[in-house]
Write a new protein. Sequence first.
Length: 330
Amino acid sequence: MINNRSPYHKDVLEHFLPFSTHPAINVINQQITLGFNDHNSKNKKEIMASYHFYNAWKMNACGYLFDEHGSIVDDGIIRRMGSRDPIKKNLKLIEDFVFKTGFRSFYKNNNKYYDSLLVTYKELNPINEMKSWLVNQFETQYGNYRIIFSPLVGGSHATKRYSDNGFTQTVMFVDKATNRKGYNKALNEMIASRVVFTEIDHNFVNLISDTYDSAIDEAFSNRNIWVNNSTKGVEGYRTPYTVFNEYMTWATFTLYAHDNFLEKDVDIFINKMESKMENGRGFIKFKAFNRKLLSLYQNNPKNKKVSELYSDLLNWCSEQNNDSVLNDKV
């Protein structure tokens, strides 16, 4: 859940560890008791409860700010940014933690680092291009995109949609972007932008999936063909719907990459992404799924949009699913 490999993380520990017994930290430790590395634990419910509390703290914190007196207040825009709001319940404890730890001075002293992260993020994430491509392919529009990232966030990403009086906003909670040594500009851009793209496109993919919920339930009914249940983190995708959407959001990025980068660079990236999905995340049939969607997209005489490829893709998924069921019976 946490990126604990950076010099910044070491700075955070050096500054804040002396306050590790503060009551605010005690509350967090009571709520977040297990991480994904504890996936072999028999208590799956405890793992998921910890994960949801982690998201609740991280996401809801983004709905609060400091007023002119230094008090923490709700920004008054979004009522709740996570499934629950532990910030509101523990506001006085958090204010005390901020005061006693010198949090705001620590933050101010790292402003140059934060600014450098913003520069890199904008270089590697062409949000307007991604948005235009998705709007064209799914014919869905949002009024505003808000991206919140932290150098402390690991691989745990999330997205939420909000609307009010005709105004719509999608918010993405992701990790920082990094220029990796040994990769050219195109590969660095694909590696970085895939992270936020596969959160943004949940807000498009899921809407179409909602209209195919029965077909998805049938096509992904044999979970063992699609998911390696022993892989850490995969327990967060408990239904056919959530498994399909994770397959689809990542595979949709392949189509975006196909349209926007040179084939030689896309081939390198896709191989890495497919390996990550199958071997790292436990979505064990992703390569076949990804290549099938790409084939449908490329061999598309009627120029169907991605949203119009669902039926053909789900027919293929159903065939894979049913073949596996027959083989299991044999």
